[in-house]
Structures are given as structure tokens and as C-alpha cells.
Design a protein around this ligand. Structure first.
Ligand code: FEO
Length: 399
């Protein structure tokens, strides 16, 4: 499959309807994804922007050959070295070996580090241009840490198209391929999940890069990311959304995340939720059993929350592993401006609540209650009431 985006740009990527896990098993992709590769024809030069993930290399090259004789590709742009975009380079460059690969200096390291090949690298930096002929130029903009040190955007003058690689992308398979044609809830659900799970730690750099690019005053008719659909209707809507998301984003939401062995901590979670509701009627309260829910969906809910309440019973002087896993992600994603609270049941030693409190502080969340709430065995009426009161304290702190 290939389709023309306009007179000079053709999409030559791969829609991956089967994808359910990305980054190994780390990131869920409920709606598949696409690896977008673009062929740009100028009067003098034809260039290929990015390739597709390695398992599809053969199919990618076969499809590309239906669109162009490979020897007519004058150069390849590698906006980012990660394997979902560079994975077909080895096979492609076996066919057209000396073709220049334009990339950032850091991408030479990441590409050599992964493929151990000494290709014809041409390093570029922000402001460098590649003349395509007929008044068209490709302008390079380094985008370090969005989301790898090697990441780069490029901009096609004349057609006014930004190719930002991963930025503004979504793991979202759709044959419709344009933002104005797809279900907006699905699109934005996947876009925010992508931001929350991948870009959150780099939010400051997102803001600075967007200001830098917007400051260039370049008209943007289309944004062609490397995953998901192309933004052609009001393309700046996703740029503005990124500015909001990068600014310590939160909605009026609290998310209670727990795991439970014999329902004690679940009962406590529900009693805390009812206390929050009593104290704060308009806050959106969401509950997730971490062991039974998709981790990346929970992370997206955390991203949207002003507070999180984490519960685990004590096991082996520690916490249940689903909660440890979530807390590792909370720490790594470096959420800002969020409050946290801990709770949990125990039978004898009772370390879990202190452990969760320590993890919340390590992740730089502000504790709503320094002690947290721990309950001996399964909560009785008195303990349930303590949970409701704890919920009221949380609800008031988030008002
Ligand atoms: Fe889509 Fe960072 O690769």
C-alpha cells in the first residue's frame, strides 16, 4: 500500500494492525500502530524519510519498488535511530549501498550501535538544508530527547509539511490515515496515552522545542508523524495540545490504584473513594486493580490526575509486584505537581504503607498524609470508617 499525500509526498509506510505490545512488552498498543515512511520528490532530488520496523523490511522494500526504482532515491533521512523507524535500513542499504543517510550526530552513534554498519552518514544540525529543486528544501531541526538524543524533525518548504518523527504520533492503526477522518475520541485517547507513557519526562524539552519551531514562523499545512494518522485539518491542534500536556497537565481527577489478595485492600479502596466523593463531589474518581488492568492505561489516568492513592497489602515485608511495577513507572516518568497518598491491609508485619509512602516521595509526589492508612487484617466497620475519613482528607486536599 502507498498513497499520495500531495503532488510531491507519498506515504510508503506500513500499517501494523496486529501490534499489541511495543518496546518489547513494555507499552500496550490496543489499536495497533503504523510506521510512517514518506517519499518526497523534488525536481532534482528524491528522498525517503524514515523506514519501517524490521519485521516488515521485505514487504516495505517490495512496496517501495512499486512506487520508485530504488536507485532513483538520492538520499534517506533517518529522523530517529529507534528500530521501528530504522529497522529496514540494513535491507534497503544492501540494495542501494552508498545512498547518503542524513541524520543527527547522535543518530550516527545510535545507528552504528544497533546495526554495526558504516553507512554513508551525512550529519546535519538545526538550520541545515537540503535542496530538492523547484524551490523545495528540506530544513532540519534537531529535537534532542524527543524522545532520544538522536531525534530530529524536518520541514518541507513549499508544501509546508513538518515531519516530526515520534512527536505528535499515536499508536493507532487506521486505513483512513488523516486526523479529520478518524474517530476523535480514539485519536485523542491514543495521542494522550502516547504522550503520557513516552514523552512525560521530556515535557520541558517539548515546550522549548515547540516554542523554537513556532518561533521560526513557518507555515504548517500538515504534520506527518512517524506513527498513526497525519494531522491535516487544523494541524496545530495537536501542537497546542502538546503545550497543554507538557505544562504539568492535570484534570480534576483522582486515581486510586490498588492490588489485593483477599479483598481487604479492595474494600479499603472503595471506602476511600466514597470518602473522597463526600468531601469533593465534582472530582472524577477512578479505581484500578493494578494486577487486572493495563499498566499503560493506568499511567494515562495518572497523567490526567491531580492526585493518586496507592494501596497494597503487605507481603513478605514488601508490596505486591503490580504496585511495585506501577510505582517504578511513576518514578521514571517524573510526573510533576501531583499529590499522593498510601493505604493497605496487613496481618502481622505491616510494612506496605511506609514502602508506598517512600516510593511516592522518591517519585517527588507531595504526600497528603505523612503516615498513610494501614489496617490490620480485613477492614471491620471501624476500619471502613477510617478509610472513609481518609478519603475525606484526600478529597479536601484535592479540592
Ligand atoms: Fe517510534 Fe522512538 O520510535
Amino acid at each position: 500500500m502507498a498513497f499520495k499525500i500531495n503532488g510531491s509526498v507519498t506515504w510508503v509506510g506500513k500499517i501494523d494492525w496486529e501490534l499489541r505490545k511495543f518496546h518489547g512488552e513494555e507499552l500496550s498498543a490496543h489499536r495497533g500502530s503504523s510506521y510512517n515512511s514518506y517519499l518526497v520528490r523534488g525536481e532534482d532530488k528524491t528522498i525517503l524519510i524514515d523506514t519501517v520496523w524490521r519485521p516488515f523490511a521485505e514487504e516495505f522494500i517490495a512496496n517501495l519498488k512499486k512506487v520508485i526504482a530504488l536507485k532513483e532515491i538520492d538520499c534517506i533521512i533517518a529522523n530517529h535511530g529507534e528500530v521501528d523507524h530504522s529497522g529496514s535500513l540494513p535491507a534497503l542499504l544492501r540494495e542501494i549501498p552508498d545512498t547518503p543517510v542524513y541524520c543527527s550526530k547522535a543518530a550516527v552513534k545510535s545507528l552504528k550501535g544497533q546495526y554495526h554498519e558504516d553507512w554513508n552518514f551525512q550529519t546535519v544540525k538545526t538550520g541545515d538544508k537540503l535542496e530538492l529543486g523547484g524551490g523545495k528544501e528540506l530544513v532540519f531541526i534537531e529535537a534532542k530527547m524527543l524522545h532520544w538524543p538522536d531525534s530530529m524533525f524536518c520541514y518541507l518548504t513549499g508544501d509546508n509539511i513538518l515531519f516530526p518523527n515520534d512527536a505528535f504520533g499515536q499508536h493507532y492503526a487506521s486505513e483512513l490515515m488523516y486526523n479529520d477522518l478518524v474517530d476523535q475520541c480514539e485519536l485523542y485517547g491514543e495521542a494522550i496515552k502516547y504522550y503520557a507513557n513516552i514523552l512525560t519526562p521530556f515535557s520541558k524539552m517539548v515546550t522549548n522545542k515547540i516554542k523554537e519551531v513556532v518561533g521560526l514562523g513557518l507555515p504548517v499545512n500538515m504534520i506527518c508523524p512517524s506513527h498513526g494518522v497525519i494531522w491535516r485539518e487544523d494541524p496545530m491542534q495537536i501542537v497546542n495540545k502538546y503545550l497543554e500536556w507538557a505544562d504539568n497537565y492535570q484534570e480534576n481527577q483522582v486515581t486510586i490504584i490498588y492490588d489485593t489478595m483477599w479483598d481487604g485492600t479492595r474494600k479499603a479502596a472503595e471506602a476511600i473513594a466514597s470518602g473522597i466523593k463526600e468531601a469533593n463531589e465534582i472530582i472524577n474518581i477512578k479505581l484500578y486493580n493494578a494486577a487486572r488492568s493495563d499498566t499503560n492505561d493506568i499511567v494515562t489516568e495518572i497523567f490526567k490526575s491531580k492526585g493518586i492513592v496507592i494501596g497494597s497489602p503487605t507481603i513478605n515485608k514488601g508490596i505486591l509486584h503490580s504496585i511495585a511495577s506501577i510505582m517504578e513507572m511513576v518514578k521514571g516518568l517524573q510526573f510533576k505537581d501531583k499529590k499522593g497518598a498510601a493505604f493497605g491491609c496487613y496481618g502481622w508485619s505491616g510494612e506496605s504503607v511506609k514502602i508506598i509512602n517512600d516510593l511516592l516521595q522518591e517519585a517527588e509526589l507531595e504526600l497528603i498524609n505523612q503516615e498513610g492508612l494501614k489496617m490490620l487484617w480485613n477492614p471491620d466497620e471501624e476500619a471502613v470508617e477510617a478509610c472513609v475519613n481518609y478519603g475525606k482528607e484526600i478529597g479536601a486536599a484535592l479540592a
